[in-house]
Write a protein that binds this ligand. Structure first.
Ligand code: GLN
Ligand code: ZN
Length: 760
């Protein structure tokens, strides 16, 4: 009999119950006990939903982040919070969110650094290591959850980060080699495994996804020594070595050589390795195959999956387990919550709850014959076929246009050196031109108007008038401030991806498809289901109106194809690059419409270009090649005089500078204010030829930067990049700020630019 299990269930709640409880707790509206109760209820409910599984995950629930939970379990707090008073939960949130002087206890600490969880849009709190790092097992919370699951009649499989991946995820604060901490860490893991065994836990899922990244020989050796050490322990549960988000590639033999009782493979991303893993599995190990895609929202083709699994089930028998490819943290909770979804597309989808139902059907079919689930399989096949044949998915005109793409389509007419003087002549900008990144404060009024309009409480003409008033206000403010290249302010946009997705054919939007991004923050990725078409202009009227109000150049404002792609659930029936090129063609049409309407400067934001980088460096170039080409197709149909801007809000450019240069935007605005311009070094070293606007105003903070500070930053920038190619602008859009912060900050920014011009 083959078994089924789950690597992790979304913890935020189908109605985001955890989010709302957390935020109430942080505002002091509910007690710690009330928050704990919500946590316990959610866990109980989620196990109930998973009751058909042979093993339910325990330890996957978290009040903020599972890596921070692991730090807490290991008694490993950052030095700066050690010795502070308060409950453990207090300490936990202090690390998660930081605490500022406004708080009454005045124990101010900076939040732990947050970084992206592998190649997902989830962010974890980075463990901090130093030579002094000590670990002290703190298992009460986890053990209580084990007991809770057992009391409810479930068989728990405890989920933890493996020791090597835990070190790999962290950051050394004092240049200590993290691997030197491994022996100390392992002795705490030994105590933990002992404590779990005492509690009657038979299986522990040890997440070691560092194995799907490139590891040097020391890290590989660390795996061997860590697992030999754990294997030698006498009283411990079985270990399921778990990897996801990628294939094992060069570490396949290493993973198979580790002395553990089972191994979980992401059978979606590493499908091509199943045969090899089977061959090297030996006679005793369990093989868990993650056959249900935990990173996407499509139904699994159950018939095809079963066909592939039959021979494996024959040979492994009860040593075969099935699961989703990774934790279901990365998909929305329950499709049944969606009442307004496009009815046709909805039949092709599976969220977390539905994915577990698929798992159950597979298990039934393998254990009791396909006839036992004949109707389920037939329904699934019908949905798979309908999607495959749908005319809304497959559009010959879109595909024909894609087939006509040539390299020339991404080519500007002339190189930058020839375009720049033409643009200068047309735009007549001063030295150190000033601009902003696009959005202005999204006030309560603006959000209310958008909401009322969506709900039909505000008619179209009234909504148009209100938005135009906002645009007029933004233009007036910018003219008064003396900015050089203006923006319309993006009042009409809820979100930089959703706004475009909603107007493109081939996209749908869920009402409740929330996925945790970090802490209580969730995102609702749009679903790209079909060939992409732009039926009519998306931004043209707003930008045209804005331009009509001023003689200064008005920047057209668009989101680029790579960012739209990377922030969506995308198709699994064609390469990401194909979907990206379709988006590129649609936005290219918008660029050309803006140009035809007399817009001389067009910004195409690629905020998420970097986060699409694959986990292994060996695959970066392939991704960058098509991503850059998609941007170029979008941008490069314009005349030499039209100035193309792009914007990226991050500060690591070293390893992608060549791709950034290949995008060939006339101007790139980037986030730099917090890194003191040092990152411009990468641009200088590369002899980056085009114009750069290094942000001088940190929009993430309510602080208002001074003119002197911004001048100093720009002088520093001029050490790296000739002043003729520098722009003066904030780090990112201003939508999260208040007007009361934005006005003085921009006034000081414009004055800084004026002062620099005088000095030049
Ligand atoms: N144009 C967008 C804005 O100003 C850019 C946002 C972003 O880069 N994340 O809000
Ligand atoms: Zn930005």
């Amino acid at each position: 009999m083959i078994k089924i299990h789950n690597l992790g269930f979304p913890r935020i709640g189908a109605q985001r119950e955890l989010k709302f409880a957390l935020e109430k707790f942080w505002r002091g509206e509910i007690s710690e006990q009330a928050l704990e109760n919500t946590g316990a209820e959610l866990r109980a409910h989620h196990w109930q939903v998973q009751a058909d599984l042979d093993l339910v995950p325990v330890g996957d629930f978290s009040f903020y982040d599972h890596v921070l939970d692991m730090s807490c379990l290991l008694g490993h707090w950052p030095e700066r919070v050690q010795g502070l008073s308060g409950s453990e939960l207090d300490q936990y949130f202090r690390v998660a969110r930081g605490r500022s002087a406004q708080d009454s206890d005045c124990q101010c600490v900076a939040a732990g650094e947050m970084t992206k969880w592998f190649d997902t849009n989830y962010h974890y709190i980075v463990p901090e290591f130093s030579a002094e790092t000590a670990f002290n097992l703190n298992p009460q919370r986890l053990l209580a959850q084990v007991k809770q699951a057992q009391a409810l009649g479930h068989t728990p499989k405890v989920v933890i980060q493996g020791p090597v991946t835990y070190l790999w995820l962290g950051k050394s604060k004092d240049a200590t080699d993290k691997l030197t901490l491994l022996p100390k860490l392992l002795s705490v893991y030994a105590q933990l495994l002992h404590a779990l065994a005492q509690e009657g836990v038979r299986w522990v899922q040890v997440d070691e996804s560092a194995l799907v990244t490139d590891l040097d020989s020391q890290w590989q050796q660390a795996f061997t020594s860590a697992y030999q050490y754990l294997d030698a322990l006498t009283h411990k549960p079985n270990l399921l070595l778990t990897t996801y988000f990628g294939d094992l590639a060069q570490h396949l033999d290493l993973a198979l050589s580790l002395p553990v009782q089972g191994i979980h493979l992401d059978a979606v991303k590493a499908q091509h390795e199943i045969t090899q893993v089977l061959a090297g599995l030996g006679d005793e190990k369990i093989l868990s195959l993650g056959v249900i895609d935990g990173r996407n929202i499509w139904k699994t083709n159950l018939t095809a999956t079963l066909a592939a699994l039959q021979p494996i089930a024959q040979s492994l028998g009860e040593r075969l387990w099935l699961a989703p490819s990774c934790s279901l943290l990365h998909v929305p909770v329950d499709l049944a919550q969606e009442t307004q979804l496009d009815q046709e597309v909805a039949t092709w989808l599976a969220f977390a709850v539905q994915k577990l139902q698929e798992l159950k059907i597979l298990q039934q079919a393998l254990n009791h014959g396909e006839a036992s689930v004949a109707q389920d399989l037939a329904d699934n096949q019908a949905a798979i076929q309908a999607r495959r044949q749908s005319k809304r998915v497959h559009k010959p005109e879109v595909q024909a246009r894609l087939a006509r793409i040539t390299p020339e389509l991404g080519q500007r007419l002339s190189p930058y050196a020839q375009r720049a003087p033409q643009q200068a002549q047309k735009l007549k900008l001063p030295l150190y031109p000033t601009t902003t990144i696009g959005s202005f404060p999204q006030t309560a009024d603006i959000r209310q108007a958008r909401r009322d309009w969506r709900l039909g409480r505000l008619d179209e003409p009234t909504y148009q008038t209100l938005m135009r008033e906002q645009i007029a206000h933004a233009v007036k403010v910018q003219e008064d401030l003396g900015l050089d290249v203006l923006v319309h302010g993006e009042a009409e946009r809820n979100d930089m991806v959703e706004y475009f997705g909603e107007q493109l054919e081939g996209y749908i939007f869920s009402q409740n498809g929330w996925v945790q991004s970090y802490g209580s923050r969730c995102v609702k990725p749009p679903i790209l289901f079909g060939d992409i078409e732009r039926l009519q202009p998306m931004t043209l009227e707003w930008i045209r109106y804005a331009q009509s109000l001023t003689d200064k150049p008005m920047k057209g404002m668009l989101t680029g194809p790579v960012t739209i792609l990377n922030w969506s659930f995308v198709r699994d029936d064609q390469p990401r690059s194909t979907s990206c090129y379709q988006l590129a063609l649609a936005i290219r049409d918008e660029v050309l419409d803006l140009e035809a309407a007399g817009i001389q400067v067009i910004q195409i934001d690629e905020a998420a270009l970097r986060e699409g980088l694959p986990l292994r460096a060996s695959q970066w170039q392939t991704y960058l090649d098509w991503a850059v080409q998609a941007f170029r197709i979008t941008a490069n149909g314009v005349s030499d005089q039209t100035q193309i801007h792009t914007h990226m809000c991050y500060s690591e450019f070293n390893d992608i500078i060549q791709a950034i240069a290949a995008m060939d935007a006339d101007v790139i605005t980037i986030e730099t204010s917090r890194s003191d311009m040092e990152l411009l070094q990468a641009f200088e070293d590369f002899h980056y030829p085009n114009e750069i606007g290094p942000g001088v105003y940190d929009i993430h903070s309510p602080n208002i930067p001074t003119q002197a500070a911004m001048e100093a930053l720009m002088r520093k920038a001029a050490d790296f990049i000739p002043a003729q190619r520098l722009w003066v602008n904030p780090d990112c859009g201003l939508k999260t700020r208040q007007w009361s912060e934005v006005l003085p900050a921009l006034e000081a920014m414009v004055k800084a630019a004026q002062a620099l011009r005088v000095q030049a």
